[in-house]
Ligand binder design. Structure first.
Ligand SMILES: O=C(O)CCC(=O)C(=O)O
Length: 254
């Protein structure tokens, strides 16, 4: 479904049934290219080049050392990403998949998988990293360049969100060693596509074996009425910022 033809009810229905929905062309290719440039410029300002590869990803990379560049909270480095957080093309889908008008920021992560050896992610749910009481938490991955399978696109186990929270192995990044990588279905995407999925959906991604970087921006969002089950990830800048609607809880977050 493309953004122009998308019916929000149909998008939310797909998300509810399968645990994800890939919205084609939410951004134009030109917009995605501008955000990509901005993302790479922001990364170039960092005074380190930390490798964010999970230790548990080594199994998928079969011993090959891989690299993953990352930047948390890029909206605190580049204003364009602050604007994108409240872009209605995004927030309307986010609200639809949460099933209500209110969307609150949890955190954001910019990832660049470098050419030829960009790191994979092992199968996992996001739930163990920041569990919430009613599981009304979702992710949106903005594709800022094309992500075919050979670039290590995101992979999903459709319908896995319906199992609820699964027991993860914590060491090396919460992961699910009993879910074979091949059980995940690749979701190749093009620049401008945005993949929405529940934090209960089992997902993974492969090694970037191509000659080009894979650049994505991941935004985690929630229904503000869903309280965190434990304090987690609260180092994230801007957590609690409203992206759509109002926070009905009256909680003081700042
Ligand atoms: O960007 C990817 O390939 C996957 C990212 C991911 O699974 C995560 O950050 O939890």
């Amino acid at each position: 479904m493309t953004w122009e033809t998308a019916d929000l009810t149909a998008l939310a229905g797909h998300y509810g049934e399968h645990g994800y929905v890939l919205v084609k062309g939410l951004l134009s290719r030109e917009e995605a290219a501008a955000y990509r440039q901005c993302a790479h410029d922001a990364l170039a300002t960092l005074d380190d080049d930390e490798n964010a590869t999970w230790d548990s990803a080594a199994g998928i990379a079969a011993g090959t050392p891989t690299r993953l560049q990352h930047l948390h909270d890029v909206q605190f480095h580049a204003a364009a990403f602050s604007r994108l957080l409240t872009d209605e093309r995004f927030t309307r889908v986010a609200a639809a998949v949460l099933g209500g008008p209110n969307v609150q920021l949890h955190h954001t992560k910019l990832f660049v998988k470098p050419p030829e050896n960009g790191s994979p992610f092992p199968p996992h749910q996001d739930h163990p990293f920041f569990p919430h009481t009613h599981h009304r938490v979702g992710a949106a991955i903005f594709h800022l360049d094309d992500a075919p399978e050979e670039k290590g696109c995101v992979r999903i186990v459709p319908g896995s969100h319906r199992q609820g929270p699964l027991e993860h192995v914590e060491e090396g990044g919460h992961h699910l060693p009993d879910v074979p990588f091949d059980a995940t279905v690749p979701l190749p995407a093009e620049a401008g596509d945005v993949l929405f999925f529940s934090y209960l959906t089992v997902h993974a991604s492969g090694v970037n074996l191509s000659g080009e970087a894979r650049t994505t921006w991941l935004v985690q969002f929630r229904d503000p009425a869903d309280p965190p089950a434990i304090r987690a990830h609260d180092h994230s800048l801007g957590q609690g910022m409203m992206l759509a609607g109002v926070d009905p809880t009256g909680r003081r977050t700042g």
